[in-house]
Design a binder for this molecule. Structure first.
Ligand code: ADP
Length: 561
């Protein structure tokens, strides 16, 4: 270890006593000497002798402190204070114990400096916490430190990473003294501001503190009280204390970063709680709005159900009478009257159809639609629908073709009346939205499994036209009730005229019926173009075996897919 045990074992109390005794003796000696001299010179004037005695006493009082320091130095000189093995171990143990309980870097710095200064009897000292700060613009080591021994404010400095002294401290664990900084050739390259910063510290010795290979601290120590220089023993002790300081600093750093993380976490948690509260609030508002919407929708459905029901009875009566009037001989004889009655009858039929659709819609909305399931040939159904619509189609020179493959499709379990309505709406729409001279084709396929996620055995039917097509943005919306893309001004036109719009119920009723069978319906078209007429394809999937669907859709809210 290269250290030697010192022989002097004088306790601090003994040393203090000796210093005080020596100081008192020095004072007394000087007084006796001064008073004797005054007595010899001023012997005849006793009054002046007394005055001189008082003057000497006052001078001694004034120079009391330097006398005490002189006495201190002499005692240190005669009784040099060495450290025994026991002392060194005690210092190390006390140091490590004291530091282990300090978990704040600044507090640790001042505690460490205080302990070292006390143990080595040093006039002043600093422990700097070193941080390497590397950004795009600069690469520096910042030093933040608290003065020890209650000397007041904290000090800070910053050193460039390529500075000679930084190179020394990052690569060496050995202490460096101020004299080396002033004289060593490699230190001459140091920047003036860095040199003067070290000079201002008035420290004699610097001991770097390393954690593994990282330079994390710097102990700067002033001169000893005794005025003597640091011994090999002191340097060994200081290096060991620096290692312990490193452990303490690392712990404090860890705790501080944990506390930072904890604080960040708390802040994030508080923000999360706040946004949760906001979310709950908007959720409550949303569910209130949802409930209101549902209420509104129910009121609308109730209105449709009641009004269509109430309209149906008088309509049936009017329809009956209009049919009777059509066959009345007197009316038949008069062409003008016949024309009027025929128009009334056609209008009533149309009204009946609309009221029927409203009733269907109401039963779909209230989920009370009754399906009378029976094996149905979709080919025969399409044939009868096309037969009924043959006249309006030929009036507008539109061809209606059912492909042979439809004939070969297996029967499906369905309600034929309900399904007829679906096919009727699809074909009549195809006629309505196809210009004169166009073509409507009905195709079919016996394999529907896997299409649009359909999982059962079923068939696919497609009503394809050469009409104006549908913008992809509206291909789902057209299945919502009362939805039309056509102009309202055209509503009064005939139901099979080109673009003659209806009440906007046909597709939503069709969707309700198909889904009530457990099937799917959707539209495909490359877009809407009244010049180029890209055409539309309406696809219907029907299961071979119809069960009540698990999810009963509400067509007023659009496609649930
Ligand atoms: P409407 O009574 O208005 O025909 P629908 O529910 O049957 O009501 O149709 C809704 C809308 O879908 C129509 O207004 C029309 O814009 C569009 N549409 C339906 N079928 C076709 C088609 N074959 N070609 C182009 N557009 C269509």
């Amino acid at each position: 270890m290269g250290r030697h045990a010192m022989s002097d074992q004088a306790s601090p109390a003994t040393r203090k006593f000796l210093v005080n005794l020596l100081a008192a003796m020095l004072g007394a000696g000087l007084f006796v000497f001064g008073f004797g001299a005054a007595w010899l010179v001023l012997r005849p004037q006793t009054g002046l002798i007394a005055l001189a005695g008082a003057l000497i006493a006052a001078l001694l009082g004034f120079f009391g402190r330097p006398l005490h320091s002189l006495a201190e130095r002499w005692v240190h000189h005669w009784l040099p204070r060495g450290r025994s093995e026991v002392d060194t171990r005690r210092i190390l143990r006390e140091y490590s114990l004291s530091l282990s309980s300090v978990l704040n870097q600044d507090l640790l710095a001042s505690t460490a400096v205080g302990l070292i200064s006390e143990a080595l009897e040093i006039r002043r000292g600093y422990l700097f916490i070193v941080n390497h700060e590397k950004t795009d613009n600069q690469d520096i080591y910042s030093l933040r430190g608290s003065k020890g021994m209650g000397e007041g404010t904290s000090v800070a400095g910053s050193l460039r990473a390529d500075s000679a002294i930084v190179q020394y401290f990052t690569q060496n664990r050995r202490p460096l003294n101020q004299q080396a900084i002033d004289t060593l050739p490699e230190m001459q390259a140091m920047a003036a501001d860095e040199k003067s910063w070290f000079g201002d510290l008035k420290a004699d010795l610097y001991i770097p503190v390393h954690a593994k290979d990282e330079w994390i601290g710097l102990l700067a120590l002033g001169p000893k009280v005794s005025g003597k220089s640091f011994t090999e023993d002191d340097l060994w002790l200081l290096s060991t204390l620096a290692d312990q300081t490193a452990v303490g600093l690392q712990n404090a750093r860890l705790v501080e970063s944990l506390m930072r993380v904890n604080n960040d976490f708390r802040r994030a948690y508080a923000a999360l709680e706040q946004s949760n509260r906001r979310l709950e609030q908007s959720n409550r508002q949303l569910s209130r709005a949802h409930a209101q919407l549902e209420k509104l929708d129910r009121t609308k459905s109730d209105f449709i159900a009641i009004s269509s029901h109430e309209l149906r009875t008088p309509l049936t009566v009017i329809r009956g009478y209009s049919e009777m009037m059509k066959e009345d001989e007197i009316i038949m004889e008069d062409p003008a009257r016949t024309k009027m009655v025929n128009a009334i009858h056609a209008g009533i039929l149309r009204l009946h159809e609309i009221v029927d659709s409203m009733l269907d819609m109401a039963s779909i909305d209230s989920r009370t639609m009754q399906l009378n399931l029976t094996p149905v040939s979709t080919y025969l159904l399409f044939q009868s629908v096309c037969e009924n619509l043959k006249k309006p189609a030929t009036d507008r020179n539109i061809s209606l073709e059912i492909k042979d493959e439809v004939q070969n499709l297996p029967r499906v379990e369905a309600d034929p009346d309900a399904l007829r309505k679906v096919f009727h709406h699809l074909v009549i729409n195809a006629i309505k939205y196809t210009p004169d001279g166009g073509k409507i084709t009905i195709m079919g396929s016996a394999t529907a499994r896997g299409l649009r996620g359909f999982q059962d055995d079923g068939i696919e039917l497609v009503v394809s036209d050469t009409g104006i097509g549908i913008d992809p943005a509206f291909q789902e919306l057209i299945f919502t009730k009362f939805y039309q893309t056509g102009e309202l001004a055209l509503h009064s036109t005939g139901k099979t005229k080109f673009k003659g719009a209806g009440p906007g119920l046909g597709l939503s009723v069709s969707k309700g019926i198909v889904e009530a069978h457990g099937g799917l319906v959707w539209a495909e078209s490359s877009g809407h173009d009244e010049e180029l007429c890209p055409g539309s394809q309406f696809h219907v999937i029907l299961p071979l075996k119809s069960e009540r669907p698990v999810r009963w859709p509400n067509p007023s809210r659009g496609n649930p897919e």
